[in-house]
Design a protein around this ligand. Structure first.
Ligand code: SAM
Ligand code: SF4
Length: 327
């Protein structure tokens, strides 16, 4: 089992499989993209399999596949097929922009991978295209409805962006009215590849909740697991639920159970921290397993207690894009 230096059990890995993406969400990266890693700097599928197996051996029992956009990686299903059979791994999930997932939906279902987070920051097509800088709304919407109809456990992630999409907060809740889906509103974080700088946000989780309360005064709070980053609610009469994720206010750090590995092999123990180690060369060396285990124990043994503490130590982290961290 992995226990950090604040006595928290670390059992959840967010594994980025690429830093590439076919969208250019303006809160995530600049229009021209970022300096994407060279191919030989990305972990291969064989390395991702081996690394997952080592980490599951150390106590990880939940892996979320992220990126970049995970489905731009043509060999992704090979990794997912492997993970689906990996002893000790109880939960496999993915976070996606839902542009490219269509052809894989049947196989994901047959592999038992049912927890899919779809990033959708607008229900209005023009707003979606302005934010993502791409013309993919219809594909995303169709794939989203297909995933829900096929019985996947779908959660929509919507980043509340001042001046861009907050007029869509109430309309997107209509999806939760008619479908068994969870719509989660996230605070914007300062990881955008340098497309802008900010020290505070206008739309924090309290403002989002107040805004929803004006239209739905009778929503009530639901019980959530202690390690959950979202605070979840139900509006009476809705099939689904909604939630807020205070990713900038960081109210949830105390129970954090996460470890992140980037597509280039960086070990990240907190979103707001600099990488603790890089595993790529280690994975390519002799005795990789024991060396990786050692690096992971070291990283987990020296985690910042909160995102504020991590940020205090590593200020320059703000030039990062979430596409290289994995969200
Ligand atoms: N491409 C996939 C997607 O968009 O779902 C997976 C990778 S994306 C980096 C993972 C998550 O990070 C998405 O939900 C995205 O909205 C979120 N994200 C990206 N940049 C962000 C930022 N500056 N603040 C908050 N969340 C951000
Ligand atoms: Fe791509 Fe996801 Fe970043 Fe949007 S948020 S640019 S879909 S990685």
């Amino acid at each position: 089992m992995l226990i950090d230096n604040h006595n928290r059990t670390i059992n959840y890995l967010r594994l980025a499989v690429t830093d590439r993406c076919n969208l250019r969400c303006n809160y995530c990266m600049p229009a021209e993209g970022i300096n994407f890693a060279k191919n030989d700097k990305l972990l291969t599928i064989e390395e991702l399999k081996k690394l997952s197996s080592i980490l599951v051996g150390q106590g990880i029992d939940k892996i979320r596949i992220t990126g970049g956009e995970p489905f731009v990686r043509k060999d992704l299903m090979e990794l997912l097929r492997y993970l689906a059979k990996l002893d000790g791994l109880k939960d496999i999930s993915a976070t996606t922009n839902a542009t490219l997932i269509g052809p894989y939906i049947d196989e994901l279902k047959s592999l038992g991978i049912k927890n899919i987070n779809v990033s959708l920051d607008a229900i209005n097509k023009a707003t979606f295209e302005r934010i993502t800088r791409r013309d993919q709304y219809d594909t995303v919407h169709n794939n989203l409805i297909r995933l829900i109809s096929e019985g996947f456990n779908v959660r929509i992630n919507f980043i509340a962006l001042d001046g861009q999409n907050t007029q869509d907060i109430l309309p997107i809740l209509e999806l939760a009215k008619h479908y068994p889906v969870s719509v989660r509103f996230l605070e914007e974080m300062p990881f955008n590849g340098g497309s802008k700088t900010f020290q505070k946000i206008t739309w924090d989780y309290k403002k989002i909740l107040e805004h929803i309360r004006e239209a739905h005064p009778d929503f009530y709070k639901l019980e959530s697991p202690s390690t959950s980053t979202s605070i979840n609610y139900k509006i009476p009469g809705h099939m689904g639920t909604f939630g807020v994720i205070p990713s900038f206010s960081r109210t949830f750090c105390g129970t954090c159970n996460r470890l992140r590995v980037s597509a280039t092999g960086d070990v990240i123990t907190c979103l707001y921290a600099k990488p603790s180690a890089n595993l790529r060369d280690i994975m390519r060396s002799e005795n990789a397993k024991s060396k990786v285990e050692e690096q992971i124990l070291k990283a987990v043994g020296s985690r910042a207690k909160t995102g504020f503490e991590a940020q205090e130590k590593y200020r320059e982290v703000f030039s990062n894009s979430m596409t290289s961290i994995g969200g």
